[in-house]
Design a protein around this ligand. Structure first.
Ligand code: AMP
Ligand code: FE
Ligand code: FE
Ligand code: ZN
Length: 283
């Protein structure tokens, strides 16, 4: 069993990289993809922690949030990226600086809107890693300003709402190129969240991304139905894309998602790594 999509406290997951690796080993995973949002900050710790678990292979990854028309979301997974010092890491760090500036601007708005919420409250929710809107939402719940994380987004944090400040986002082509610069394989995460209006339009979009150099498709995903999985497997075959499998485990912030539990036929997912690795090497 493998799971190539999981988050840690380096972004909005609730387990540290060390804890995530221990859990992956405990449930018997053969391979774990560590794919934090827009950061490679958890990878070194994950790789080190895995040295104590010889049966478990770590796939160093990232999940880049890409500019895409609403209501769709384009998240690009990069696998086998060279996350040490170098041009790839520098580009990622530039994106992180932009995020930090944006966070500051958002924090200034807390007081402007009379909210009893400080940056320290937000940091307390973050586990020491990269901070984003999900942590602000959780802090608002903790402080009793809203009842749920979703209400925090709907009233305050969603795009266009009072606290929102946009951040720099790469286009699909730029993000794919960035992953390739980092020596990685570029894989479209949870394609259902592109939210295209119909299958023909979705197929055209996937063709466009393949033409931009996309390497793979996360056909097996914890929230895909069996029908969706079958559709994406057929599309991957049509477009010559490698197939990936991931749960999108976040820990307590997505309690319904469990590490290694990838529904809808993921039994066939065990031998996917060689093709993904070959695409990374060919990048
Ligand atoms: P950030 O990277 O700080 O802009 O936060 C992006 C994350 O916030 C996404 O990955 C989602 O988890 C969450 N998010 C964004 N928009 C919404 C929304 N409208 N409702 C709930 N969660 C959202
Ligand atoms: Fe997340
Ligand atoms: Fe995602
Ligand atoms: Zn994810």
């Amino acid at each position: 069993m493998i799971d190539l999509h999981a988050h840690t406290t380096a972004s909005d997951g609730s387990l540290t990289p060390t804890e995530l690796v221990a859990l992956a080993d405990e449930i018997g995973l053969a391979a774990l993809g560590v794919t934090d949002h827009d950061t490679v900050g958890g990878l070194q710790e994950a790789v080190q922690a895995a040295e104590r678990h010889p049966g478990l292979r770590i796939v160093p990854g990232i999940e880049i949030g890409v500019d895409y028309p609403k209501p769709g979301q384009f998240h690009l997974l990069g696998y086998f990226v060279h996350y040490g010092e170098g041009p790839f890491r520098s580009r990622i760090e530039y994106l992180q600086e932009n995020r930090a500036n944006r966070n500051q601007l958002m924090a200034q708005k807390f007081a402007e809107h009379g909210l009893a919420l400080s940056w320290e409250d937000v940091l307390r929710e973050s586990g020491g890693g990269q901070v984003g809107r999900p942590h602000m939402a959780r802090a608002m719940v903790t402080k009793g300003l809203v009842a749920t994380v979703q209400e925090a987004f709907d009233r305050w944090l969603a795009d266009g709402k009072p606290l929102h400040v946009p951040k720099v986002k790469l286009s699909p082509g730029e993000a794919i190129e960035l992953v390739h610069q980092g020596g990685g394989a570029a894989v479209l995460a949870h394609p259902k969240f592109l939210q295209r209006p119909n299958p023909d339009d979705l197929a055209e979009e996937l063709q466009r991304f393949a033409d931009l150099g996309l390497d793979g498709l996360e056909c097996y995903y914890s929230q895909h139905t069996p029908e969706e999985t079958a559709f994406y497997l057929a599309e991957a075959k049509r477009l010559g894309l490698a197939v990936s499998a991931g749960s999108d485990f976040h820990g307590v912030s997505k309690p319904h998602v469990h590490l290694g539990r990838i529904f809808a036929g993921a039994a066939g997912a065990d031998d996917l790594l060689p093709a993904l690795e070959a695409r990374a090497a060919g990048a």
